[in-house]
Design a protein around this ligand. Sequence first.
Ligand SMILES: C[S@@+](CC[C@H](N)C(=O)[O-])C[C@H]1O[C@@H](n2cnc3c(N)ncnc32)[C@H](O)[C@@H]1O
Length: 276
Amino acid sequence: MPQRLASVHTAIAKRLEGVVDSPRREAQLLLMAYLNKDQLYVITHQETLIDDTDPTLIAWIEKRSRNVPLEYLTQQVSFYSHTFYIDEGALIPRPETEHLIDEVLSRVDHTQTMTVVEVGTGSGIISIILALHLPHARFIAVDISPPALAVARRNIHAFGLSDRIELREGDLLSCVSESIDLLVSNPPYIANDFPLDSNLAYEPQNALFGGDVGDEIIRRLLDEALRRAIALFVCEMGYDQRTKVQEYLKPFAVQSLEFYQDLASFDRGFTLRIAR
Ligand SMILES: C[S@@+](CC[C@H](N)C(=O)[O-])C[C@H]1O[C@@H](n2cnc3c(N)ncnc32)[C@H](O)[C@@H]1O
């Protein structure tokens, strides 16, 4: 029997108690996504009747009560004011990665012809947003994970960028022999034994963990950037990895190394310039 939206909201919130931090808010977000309506609609249509036996709604509530991220249920994620397809094959883009985009865009000439390589493209969001802003750049987007590349391919196609962003499967830069003007990456950088929240269990683990210490992939990328004398390398990192990056680069004569912060003022990444 159809139920009032208010009752369904309360019932979902109850299922989410002890699973998520804000059960009522999370229940509201689930209903907004399910009904394809905004928050105002949910607040002002409390008496509207909805079918709480709908299999999709039941499946979503069941999965959400196991803390599966909402984005994997809706298969949609917002990033940099755009909507992207997402599924369990790729990491859900994080808001802090928008700083990486801003960092790149503030440092390159938008009219320049250049070859940009992204390592660990996941859903493809970084290359796609950069391609929208850098119309003369050509992109090679690499990932080691075929399921992630499938998500990226779908997004790149949806944005009409298949002719400008080439996807390659490989380990870091092993599949890129071209000269690189700009290297960009949001690599896995969490230590293997770091205890993660339960919702992160549903995301690809090779997108999160960077090795026993955490910065192993970042160090391998630094090696590559130095070896190939890549003029500009912009990389996201963990809030506590600044000293490790500085120490690692100490023996090398780099042109500049600068760190950028996220909205909470935590170190979130770096920009490395290497003289050619
Ligand atoms: C933190 S996720 C970033 C995904 C996406 N760029 C984003 O910012 O949302 C890291 C990505 O690196 C990929 N990856 C992990 N190890 C890799 C390696 N050795 N070579 C290439 N890609 C790798 C993972 O599959 C994952 O898609």
